[in-house]
Design a protein. Structure first.
Length: 451
């Protein structure tokens, strides 16, 4: 099997792509539940197209470019059920960039479509990868930056194309703010392993700053620049340690990729078969992993999909096994073991529980004071609270006059027909804004209807 993949690049890439489409089709047919943050992204696109302003009228910390992508999906009326195919398309583009980078710069002997296939395979470790999440979207531009860095490292004559590195990383940052920490990776990789000058370092920074400046000007005109700055502070510069339970879960689901990368790195160290240019790329990849760990400490949430930035460097390091190991049967065994472990981990992640309805209404304008965001799939969302973790601090601090005004404006601007209050905030709001809450009556447990 491995010999066929290595000798038929185009055919094997096409085969891997068809297999990816097949598995995405199976995923959409299994009646899986949507992730809460998947629904949230879908709702953000809807609210933006209804004229609400990001961050000011919609309380969330998703990167602005990512919300633009979800807005586009809503404009062209792509349903939530198509997410698996959209995610597969993004992953396939990334796999092709990954494959082309290795092939174009001859980082390894001829591997055919193996690099493409390994990349695609590792993105089937969890069902969360079937969602076009900001972390996944932003990774595309990190790979483009990686490709550009490698091109600049190939010779000591660095040219002004390094400007693109700053632009790519800026775009990835505006999609997923924690990717800001990959900017030092790009600068150090070029400073250590190329003949970059101070002028070209400044070019990278200018490319980065230009994209951020244009975005800031747009937000300034719309009156929500201060909210954008606050989002970046909370999502890129707020260090926090991942809990033990979350780290165990991430390590479990990423274990095949981690072991694959570690064993590949072990075989690389001190191996004379690695050429000088490839050695620079290996070290660049290790710097990527180091700054990825810093970025992880700034994640706004520890969903497994947010850790996708670890997969490209682990995949690249692991690919070394397929030409550093001499015996063909051992290489075949490694490939089969990797496939088997990915299938096993994916099965552990699979849950097929039918969705239980919480609120017995449909097609109504609904506001939920709680985390049950999935109920918006059956009703029209009212209010700004797509991210309950960000909404709670506002509702918990209604003793502040400013917060009372903000909540009153939310209700006035987008008043719901029904309010579902799973966490008891309706009573608290009634103490401060009775003119709003007096318009509603309790019709079932936790559910209020407009009189």
């Amino acid at each position: 099997m491995l010999q066929f993949i290595k000798s038929n690049s185009l055919i094997s890439i096409l085969l891997f792509s068809l297999l990816g489409v097949f598995f995405a089709f199976l995923q959409t047919q299994q009646g899986f539940n949507y992730f809460p943050w998947e629904i949230k992204n879908y709702l953000i696109g809807q609210k933006l197209n209804q004229g609400f302003r990001l961050y000011k009228d919609i309380r969330d910390n998703t990167g602005p470019f990512a919300t633009g992508f979800y807005q586009l999906l809503d404009i062209v009326n792509i349903p939530l059920s198509s997410n698996a195919y959209i995610a597969l398309g993004i992953i396939s583009i990334q796999a092709y960039i990954f494959h082309q980078t290795i092939s174009t710069f001859e980082l390894m002997p001829k591997l055919g479509g193996l690099a493409f296939g390994i990349y695609l395979l590792l993105f089937h470790l969890t069902t969360e990868f079937y969602v076009p999440d900001p972390a996944l979207l932003g990774l595309t531009f990190l790979l483009l930056a990686w490709k550009e860095i490698i091109q600049q490292q190939k010779t000591l004559l660095v040219n002004d194309r390094v400007f693109l590195v700053g632009i790519y990383i800026a775009i990835s940052t505006l999609i997923f703010p924690a990717y800001f920490w990959l900017l030092p990776w790009a600068l150090l990789s070029l400073l250590f392993f190329s003949g970059i000058s101070i002028r070209q370092v400044i070019l990278i920074l200018i490319g980065y700053i230009i994209v951020l400046t244009i975005t800031s000007i747009v937000f300034s005109f719309r009156g929500n620049l201060s909210y954008l700055i606050q989002v970046f502070q909370n999502s890129a510069f707020e260090f926090q340690l991942i809990s033990l339970d979350e780290s165990k879960k991430v390590l479990l689901f990423y274990s095949p990729a981690i072991l694959f990368g570690i064993i590949g790195l072990y075989k690389v160290v001190g191996n004379p078969k690695i050429r000088a240019h490839a050695q620079k790329v290996q070290q660049t990849t290790l710097i990527w992993l180091f700054f990825s760990l810093i970025a992880i400490t700034n994640f706004p949430a520890y969903y497994r999909i947010n850790f996708v930035l670890l997969l490209p460097p682990l995949a690249y390091l692991g690919l070394n096994l397929f030409y550093l190991i001499k015996k063909n049967w051992q290489r075949e065994l490694i490939l089969l073991t990797l496939v088997g472990s990915v299938v096993l981990i994916h099965r552990l992640d699979y849950v097929n529980n039918p969705h239980q309805r919480i609120i017995p209404i449909s097609g109504q304008k609904l506001l939920i004071l709680g985390p049950e965001i999935e109920e918006y799939l059956h009703n029209e969302m009212a209010g700004p609270f797509v991210n309950w973790d960000l909404a709670k601090p506002l509702l918990n601090q209604l003793n502040s006059y400013k917060n009372v005004i903000i909540v009153q404006e939310y209700f006035t601007k987008d008043q719901p027909n029904y309010i579902y209050d799973s966490e008891g905030y309706f009573t608290k709001i009634s103490q401060y804004i009775p003119s709003i809450t007096d318009q509603y009556k309790l019709v079932s447990p936790k559910l209020y209807k407009k009189r």
